[in-house]
Write a protein that binds this ligand. Sequence first.
Ligand code: NAP
Ligand code: G4F
Length: 325
Amino acid sequence: MTQKSALISGITGQDGSYLAELLLEQGYQVYGLVRRTSHINFERIRHIQDKIHFIPGDLADLTSLIYALRESQPHEVYNLAAQSFVPTSWVQPILTGDITAIGVTRMLDAIRAVDPTIRFYQASSSEMFGKVQEVPQTERTPFYPRSPYGVAKVYGHWITVNYRESYNLHASSGILFNHESPRRGLEFVTHKVTYNAAKISLGLANELRVGNLDAQRDWGYAGDYVRAMWLMLQQPTPDDYVVATGKTHSVQRLIEVAFDCLDLDWRRYVVQDAKFMRPAEVDLLIGNPEKARAVLGWEPTVTFEQMIEMMVKADYDQLKAEHQL
Ligand code: NAP
Ligand code: G4F
């Protein structure tokens, strides 16, 4: 049997690192599209970097995507690259649109030009549901995005559906709810909380400043979610799937769980700061993953509490070692 190959955009990100691990385990040749930076940022993939073929490229640059596809000749493309932080999308709305929205068209058009038999995964988001029109959210729930990021992801989703219907591409869109891990960027609320709770516990900080404590999210574990991406591209026909746990928790509950892991009373340390409030908020996300369960056989394996504990422990151990405590 010929070895399968896959090109991952966003391979240096949280999800890219877990997906690369999964595909290597499955025996794939893994190619990673990476942007040129003045400083190599391979922290999340250092342990597997010798097994990955890196190709320079940027979602802003169609030519680089065509070269990358010609060089890698992939069976599957996972488009995970994006400007993915919601608050940044209000300060850089045009860049967010160019990468997170139009970047998807560039990748799809490059696939169409180079080899339309390539299977395509688009990293869509529960942020598209925004001001939710239904609880819980399914593949049929109408979108009402609440940030330039959410708007860009709606475009990315619909252009994926459109290329599937227009050109018969095997293009699937995964509507993934929030998923976290010790590799999550420190700017996202879960990692910000676990990292700062660990710092406080070690005497390296004395407060944590956050925004809206009432927002609710359906938080899962990134390692579980990349399995769903791969399963989508193994199906005979392309489709769209919600990937979620079906449970929701508030930011306050997240803080309680994280601080409890370290026997800390969160009320003594957590300060609300208007700086972290958003111009428009997504108040409640909770997904119904029934279709992913029924068609893909996908189920989450790590609970919210287990994941937060895993993140707290990883941060605590790393800070302790770094500061020789
Ligand atoms: P992440 O950690 O922020 O990683 C984003 C990746 O995109 C990084 O590798 C980044 O490269 C790359 N990138 C950014 N701009 C690029 C450009 N112009 N050209 C090429 N690469 C570019 O994000 P993540 O959490 O892994 O999420 C992966 C994808 O899923 C994103 O599309 C995100 O919007 C979407 N998503 C995430 C979640 C979640 O909860 N994590 C939920 C739903 C959807 P650098 O390392 O060079 O910056
Ligand atoms: O962790 P967050 O920044 O994630 P958000 O905005 O839900 O977006 C993430 O999940 C999306 C899927 O739904 C992805 F598409 C997207 O790429 C990204 O991965 O914020 C979660 C909640 C928000 O309601 C925010 O207002 O936490 C609230 N929050 C409260 N204090 C905070 C803070 N968020 C951050 N980042 N920092 C705070 O201090």
